[in-house]
Design a protein around this ligand. Sequence first.
Ligand code: GAL
Length: 676
Amino acid sequence: MIGGKLLHGGDYNPEQWLEYPEILEEDIRLMKEAHVNCVTLGVFSWAVLEPEEGTYNFGWMEEIIDRLGAEGIQVVLATPSGAMPHWLTAKYPEVMQVQPDGTKNLPGKRHNFCYTSPVMRAKTRALDHELSARMGRKENVILWHISNELGGNFGDSSCHCEQCQESFRGWLKERYGTLDALNHAYWGRFWSHAYSGWDQIHSPAPHGEWTMTGLTLDWRRFVTEQMRSFCRMEIETVRRNSALPVTTNFMEFFKGLDYQKMRDDLDVISWDSYPFWHERKDEVPTAVLAAANHNVMRSLKKKPFLLMESVPSAVNWRKHNPVKRPGMHMLSSMQAVAHGSDSVQYFQWRKGRGAYEKFHGAVLGHKNGSGTRTFREVSEVGARLEGVSELLDGTVNMPKAAIIFDWENWWAVEDTTGPRLDTDYVASVVSHYRAFWEAGIDTDIIGMEDSLEGYRLVAAPLNYMYREGYAERVRSFVGNGGIYVTTCFSGMVGESDLCFIGRHPLEDVLGIIQEEIDAPGEEFTNSFSYGGKEYPVGELREVIRAKEGTDIHAVYREDYVAGLPVVTEHRFGEGAAWYLAADTGRCFLKDFYRDRFREAGMNNSLDIELPYGVTVAERSADDGRRIVFVMNFKGEPVKLEGIGRWTDAETGESYEGTLDLEGFSCLLLRGNAEID
Ligand code: GAL
């Protein structure tokens, strides 16, 4: 926890209000009232900090940092490369991105710089140097926030300019050494696509080469590497003047950059969470998706992360933008903390008067100052975080289960053609995660390069591409007693999307032989029964054979595959490997994993079956502290039955046997053994 406390505050953009001194005065006063102890400054302030090339204007920022410091408010300081000033794009047009179809972007918007451009790097470096030299040692500045949502420009923001093409070719030369090796990796003789010169290689484009999946995969890897090197350049620059830790704010399941590759450059992981609460009456799918995202972030370093942005009311960029219903702001904020966040920060402190985000929710609106429900609810969150800071200091989630979610696999499985064209990897991972969430079993969500040690259960849905060393890690995980669950269309290709030939790399562990994969239309229904219940199969169905010694727990009931296995189990070493040959629905996954949890000796912290909409997560510390978060995502009260003896960690109230939860609420409990 930075400075031993949970952070509460958010993006503060006072440069928009420099002509309104009374507003700036009111800001500081109301921040105190709202229990704000940390703001993020400078995210988009390049044009104010450097109004002309080489002319710096830091006075206003210094004054504000000092005023905040005098009030005990800490500052996360951003480098402002997220949005470029007009003087820069006018004088150096090469800093603008080029789209895949060759169109050069015009100035404006944000997050749209060419991350290869030496000019962009030089100009960013110069400003970062000045900024860190002037502000990097201020007592209340606690963290560097590098740029903003790298790569996030309303979708794909890779740059296809000539400089990027050249760098890409250089990167490929390093990776493959020879064109022969590259052509083999891309299976280039197919359609006569083999290259005979490095300069023939061009990034994937809709009007050019988009059919060679190996190339597309490498382009995606290159984009991450190039962005990483831009980010590292910024980190190195600020580090020369300041010893503060660094972060950059990540986004929700963002496909454009491999965060598992970027984590090592950062001291702290942070991300911006904007779940679509009240999209429907049933909040569970939204809660599950938000929880999964928090777990991805926490698992990047297996440490608490920071919730860098969230909205206290409604966003302005969806078709429907519901405001958070009473209770939801507290609940969603506590959800982040329950899953490992050491902060609740907002975008933004005060709504601007004009431009694109003037109707985006903020702590302060255009009218009524602190006299709003939003302000009251934000203040309640701030007060609550203050109250539980000490309790949570040094605590971390320590799950015994993990789900594999790997960026490179994501790219590969969705770029490949067949067996379907609409494969949704995130949806598949989240559908498995939902079974864990509903049972209250906390999970890490880790990449294929991560260690599997310490987990009892690992699930790997749609694990299409096996990264280097992955099969060996799974083999020893299961051999040493782990329970491993994987699905159809797993273990198909290696790192350059070349299919494995001969046999599945984990055939010995899984105990099955893959024969073919069927992706029929929806009229071709099929089903299977498991544990006495019948379940439908989805539209992806593998035909497999069970090897000798493999138990078949369910078979297809219809069609030409009737009688062939859908669910198998193979004991290997001390553990077991389960194979789900077909796409299966939510009801099956819930029942299936309930059995696996039992086998793995896992239950949730309350040791009860949870009612729909309720989940639990636990943060604990080496000193024996265990804080259990019990969350109700239903908008109505729920009673939990069968709980042991617990004490409310905040009020000291005791509960035994039953626990009443209000609609949209979260309680923090401590086990009695530990407080006695
Ligand atoms: C984030 C971004 C913020 C703000 C916010 C609005 O993605 O970092 O600057 O635009 O979205 O929801």
